[in-house]
Design a protein around this ligand. Sequence first.
Ligand SMILES: CC(C)(COP(=O)(O)OP(=O)(O)OC[C@H]1O[C@@H](n2cnc3c(N)ncnc32)[C@H](O)[C@@H]1OP(=O)(O)O)[C@@H](O)C(=O)NCCC(=O)NCCS
Length: 273
Amino acid sequence: MADTEPVTIVVLGVDDAPAGLVLSTEARWNQNEADWRFFLTNGIVFGVRDGTDLVATAALLPYSAGNAWISMVLVTERWRRRGIATRLVDACLDAARQGGLTTWLDATPAGATVYGPLGFTPTLQLRRLRLEHPRQEASETLAIGDLDALNARDRRAMAFERNALLAEFGARAGSRILSHDNAMALVRDGRTARHIGPLFADSAEDALALVDAISRTETGPILIDAIASQEPFIAGLTGAGWNIERPFQRMRFGRATTQGEELPFAVAGPEFG
Ligand SMILES: CC(C)(COP(=O)(O)OP(=O)(O)OC[C@H]1O[C@@H](n2cnc3c(N)ncnc32)[C@H](O)[C@@H]1OP(=O)(O)O)[C@@H](O)C(=O)NCCC(=O)NCCS
């Protein structure tokens, strides 16, 4: 593809997972190949190639009850500011429109500059926090949580079910569903850091106790994508050595769907909601 040629958008297949990983790694994101395979198998991933090189992507991941997530909006540095992300997100929106889906996304500050003009409106905010060096000390024994209970709480929070996503996460080597008092979370591998989320709890104290117990069992860096309005939770994390890395803005395109009955403390990740 020469710089002046019109861009051709193609639908990617599961064999594109390694090439997708190259793009998300260039952006220093934490997705691993399993994440890409999930998008490529369960969603529609649009892409742009330069010869055989994949240079841009955007994914539409349908969930349930007329909702879908847009994510993995990536354009390699050399191809930026030529309208490629806009075209790819438009392709996602077209596909969503055909399926009658309301689309959601969690935008990086750079992404929000693309989505605002397309008609996305802001909803809640997230904060990504990172703990670089977990303290490896004895912790209270964590109970092994069960997938059905996690699905039920996730459904109360999202107002629609994501059983297939949580089942796939839970089945990955290295994933754990853990609970402590009235808190429950899923922990999974990422490319460079482990990730805690979604995380549900009856109180900030319960949520912090669970994160503390989990972090004592971890050996490397951990990420958590907290809901910004859960202020005592975020204050507790920063007090315990977690650093706020970046904000994400949740945005919606289309009619408002049902509100969740429970506000989570942390989400599954900006790419999954
Ligand atoms: C964000 C990203 C996908 C944009 O891709 P892109 O193909 O360059 O975006 P577009 O060319 O469609 O940009 C459309 C408009 O968005 C705005 N915009 C895009 N990138 C911007 C930036 N870095 N700073 C300010 N405005 C920006 C501009 O208004 C732009 O229009 P213009 O070029 O006519 O001024 C790309 O920079 C990227 O991959 N960044 C790293 C990963 C990332 O943050 N992805 C978004 C996840 S939510």
